[in-house]
Design a protein around this ligand. Structure first.
Ligand SMILES: [Zn+2]
Length: 62
């Protein structure tokens, strides 16, 4: 299952929905760690296609 590279939260369980665009085809969500995620609807799923670093934190070491 895909998950946040910064805190490990599962992408399938968005914490905060920030905004929706295009009738829900594009959704911005925010993870528990503060990372913003841009999601695009592909069929039945909202796939994360871009994400920011958590605010005020250095990049996670993977
Ligand atoms: Zn996270």
């Amino acid at each position: 299952m895909p998950c946040c590279p910064y805190c490990g939260w599962p992408d399938d369980d968005p914490v905060v929905t920030v905004s929706r665009h295009g009738g829900g085809a594009t959704v911005w969500t925010r993870c528990v760690c503060g990372s913003l995620q841009m999601r695009e609807r592909r069929g039945d799923v909202l796939a994360v296609c871009a994400r920011s670093r958590p605010g005020g934190r250095p990049a996670a070491t993977l």
